[in-house]
Design a protein. Structure first.
Length: 308
């Protein structure tokens, strides 16, 4: 227990307030934070890749859906055009057939009337036997019938030409409207594709800018952490150096005080020794003086006794 206590005191004096175990724990925490930051960055990159893949797949599916929709509309338009063309063709055939049927009925009626008139004329010729008048009347009747037929044919030709011209104009107008509709649909699809491409480009630019900003923020945070760690380490190093210098100065002061105290003790001992030597010398001188005085007194006493 005492060894552990003195070891902790020695480690505290040597390394300051921060022990090697705490420094090692702080270093492990920083390494773990850096590793977690790198892993988080890799995870975000993988997630962005997945998002970009999903966006590409969504863009492809959207393009395929738009292409399928345009193809379906085109097929429906083609089917509508074909059905309209078939209806128009059937209507034209029915109109021509109806016109032919009417002409045939008129022709049958005319033939019937002509046969009736011929029978009547023959009966009249047979009855009257007027050949010259019959010939003149026949010629005039033939001329009238031929003129009437030519007028009817001219009117029919004019009506057919008008109907044909009207049908051609209707066909040209229908084709023009269909081409205009196709142009409109193509313009709409082109505008939608252009808007979609522009939105995709803007989204990609925003994603790249967000990625760059995030990377710059992470770099700034890492630089700020490193600067703060370096500043803390430098402050701790300066404090440790100052404390070490203070401890060294204190030890030097203690050594100087010990030397001064030893010098004072030595000076007091030397003064004491000198005093003792002087006192011994004085005692010796006093003793010698006392002996001399005793000898003088004894000699004087002996001299006086010899005189007596």
């Amino acid at each position: 227990y005492l060894a552990r206590k003195f070891f902790y005191l020695w480690a505290k004096i040597t390394f300051g307030q921060v022990l090697p175990s705490k420094a090692r724990c702080l270093y492990d925490q920083k390494i773990l934070q850096k590793t977690f930051g790198e892993w988080k960055e890799q995870w975000t990159v993988c997630r962005e890749k997945k998002l970009s893949f999903r966006a590409d797949n969504h863009y492809r599916h959207l393009l395929l859906a738009l292409i399928f929709k345009a193809w379906r509309t085109y097929v429906c338009q083609q089917q509508g055009k074909r059905s309209k063309y078939y209806v128009a063709e059937s209507h034209a055939k029915r109109q021509t057939l109806l016109r032919s049927w009417k002409h045939w009925l008129v022709y049958v009626d005319v033939q019937r009337t002509k046969h009736g008139m011929q029978t009547v004329a023959l009966a009249f010729r047979k009855r009257s036997c007027l050949r010259i008048s019959w010939a003149v009347w026949r010629r005039q009747h033939y001329q009238k019938c031929s003129g009437h037929k030519m007028n009817i044919l001219a009117l029919q030709h004019w009506a057919q030409s008008l109907q044909f011209r009207a049908w051609l104009q209707w066909r040209e107008l229908y084709l023009h409207t269909q081409s205009e509709k196709e142009k409109d649909t193509r313009a709409v699809t082109h505008h939608q594709h252009w808007e979609l491409r522009r939105c995709m480009g803007a989204w990609l630019g925003y994603l790249n800018l967000h990625r760059v900003k995030k990377h710059q923020n992470e770099l700034a945070q890492e630089f700020h952490r490193s600067r703060r760690l370096q500043r803390c380490f430098s402050d701790w190093q300066l404090a440790w150096e100052c404390r070490r210098r203070m401890h060294a100065h204190g030890r030097d002061l203690e050594k100087q005080a010990a030397r001064i105290a030893l010098w004072r003790v030595f000076a007091h001992w030397k003064h004491y020794v000198v005093l003792r030597v002087e006192e011994a010398q004085q005692c010796e001188l006093a003793e010698n003086h006392y002996k001399c005085h005793l000898l003088v007194r004894a000699w004087l006493c002996a001299g006086w006794e010899g005189l007596w």
